[in-house]
Design a protein around this ligand. Structure first.
Ligand SMILES: [Zn+2]
Length: 260
């Protein structure tokens, strides 16, 4: 059995950012990175406990160099850095599941902690075939191209609700109750590790009831930008889409991996 854990930093226990700043310029950043490492490690240990032979930990927050790699269980393989041919580096059709640790709710989520879709500075929303989606849905669809199902999410209660809505039967652990962009009532960062360790094991046991996630093809991908210039560039040149209004651009393609 082989699994991959996508690791972001916003959804971890006691991660909230600070006013006027993304996580990357927040005083909370170093703690969030350390906690992302611990939560990824707890998920990996759970997977190995349940019989995994390979676990790839994919460090994918901003620039993909965030985790304390030597604190991860030594059985893990680690995907880090940028420039891979597709998201989920190292994963192929032989994998049994993907897990989301530290991900966050999509843009347009009321009071989701640091909720955004890829860039809070750039996008207002992303829609696939008319439905708003975020990073978990895009990443699940990329894995879905390889037939690999999402089996586990740990994050704030908003992201957990989102995952449960899109991915039927997914195992979840709530790390904190979201109270606003930079506000949460969090579980203790160590207590949550036990829950993630247990949750990852349940995910392996129940994975046969979880399905690979796919967007229906052809894909209509609508992006609403925060700034006019971004929409302008997206409607010109390579990967150009159709300008629907000053802020919105629509692309059409066959597979999600044609864009991501
Ligand atoms: Zn992130």
């Amino acid at each position: 059995m082989k699994f991959a854990i996508g690791v972001d930093c916003e959804g971890v226990a006691c991660g909230v950012g600070s006013p006027g700043a993304s996580l990357n310029s927040s005083r909370n950043l170093e703690f969030a990175k350390l906690q992302a490492t611990r939560e990824a490690d707890a998920a990996a240990r759970g997977l190995f406990e349940a019989g995994a032979e390979q676990v790839i930990v994919w460090d994918n927050h901003n620039g993909s160099l965030n985790l304390d790699y030597d604190l991860l269980d030594r059985r893990c393989d680690i995907a880090l850095g940028v420039g891979f041919e597709h998201r989920w580096p190292g994963v192929d059709e032989s994998f049994d599941g993907i897990l989301f640790v530290g991900y966050h709710a999509m843009d347009n989520t009321i009071d989701g902690v640091m909720c955004h879709s890829f860039s809070s500075a750039t996008y207002q929303y992303l829609k696939v075939n008319g439905v708003e989606v975020g990073e978990m849905e895009i990443d699940a669809a990329v894995a879905g191209e390889m037939g690999v199902p999402p089996i586990f999410t740990s994050s704030d209660d908003r992201a957990v609700a989102e995952a449960s809505e899109f991915f039927s039967g997914i195992e979840t652990v709530t790390t904190k109750v979201a109270k606003g962009w930079n506000a949460a009532v969090s579980k203790h960062p160590e207590r949550v590790l036990d829950e993630i360790f247990e949750g990852a094991q349940r995910a392996v046991q129940n994975r046969k009831s979880m399905k690979a996630f796919k967007f229906e093809s052809p894909i209509e991908f609508e992006i609403r930008y925060k700034r006019l210039e971004s929409a302008q560039s997206a409607s010109r040149g390579y990967k150009a889409g159709e300008r629907l209004d000053p802020y919105t651009v629509r692309h059409r393609f066959e597979r999600i991996t044609d864009y991501y």
